[in-house]
Design a protein around this ligand. Structure first.
Ligand code: GRF
Length: 210
């Protein structure tokens, strides 16, 4: 059994998708939030999942918050730490501590549109496709090895909100799959790239508008 700790800051719909996937050999050890009233915490608690809050506002600086967060996470003996809408930039020391067992989902087709406001940027740039990326987390923001991606069309009358909603449906498909692939030991790093030994060329999806 692999222990998984999920970090959220808000509604936690990706966390819910991962929990609901009932991934074989995966135990959701805890859901942790930096925001005390994050909606996803109540959802997890209702399902009997251990939850914890570490409010970043109560810390002097990022380094101290990250150190306490790492200690809190370590207490759950995680094999994998999953960032699911965790809206804090993590320090290099934190990323190094969990290197190789820290995943993130980003709402763009990386390496395009790192950082915030990805959907606005995709629309502004006239992109015809947008999407999401699951990747390993490294010290450099939104830059670790890519595990899976999904693309959706950008429609002519899209707003950032309508595009975000279309992309979010893809997130809920590829994130649980990526976590399952990690847990089953299917992800190998070769020359800085992820090779999936269980389903070699199915880690990219182009999904319809639905
Ligand atoms: C998602 O769009 C994710 O890609 C981004 O933050 C959002 C979190 O949504 N990192 P949720 O909390 O999982 O619903």
């Amino acid at each position: 059994m692999k222990n998984i700790v999920i970090l959220i800051s808000g509604r936690g719909s990706n966390m819910q998708a991962i929990v609901n996937a009932n991934i074989p050999n995966a135990h959701i050890a805890a859901v942790i939030s930096n925001v005390p009233d994050a909606a996803g915490l109540a959802w997890a608690k209702e399902r009997g999942i251990a939850t914890a809050v570490l409010n970043h506002k109560e810390f002097k600086n990022r380094a101290e918050f990250d150190m306490s967060l790492a200690m809190l996470i370590d207490g759950y003996k995680p094999d994998l730490v999953v960032l699911a809408g965790f809206m804090r930039i993590l320090s290099p020391a934190f990323c190094r501590h969990f290197e190789g067992r820290l995943l993130n989902i980003h709402p763009s087709l990386l390496p395009s549109f790192k950082g915030l406001h990805t959907h606005e940027e995709a629309i502004k740039s006239g992109c015809k496709l947008a999407g999401c990326t699951v990747h390993f987390v490294t010290e450099e923001l939104d830059s670790g090895a890519i595990i899976a991606q999904a693309a959706v069309p950008v429609l002519q009358n899209d707003t950032a909100d309508t595009l975000a909603a279309r992309v979010l449906k893809c997130e809920h498909k590829i994130y649980p799959q990526a976590v399952a692939d990690f847990v089953s030991g299917s992800l190998k790093l070769e020359n800085g790239k992820v090779v999936n030994v269980s389903h070699s060329d199915e880690n990219a999806f182009i999904l319809g508008q639905g």
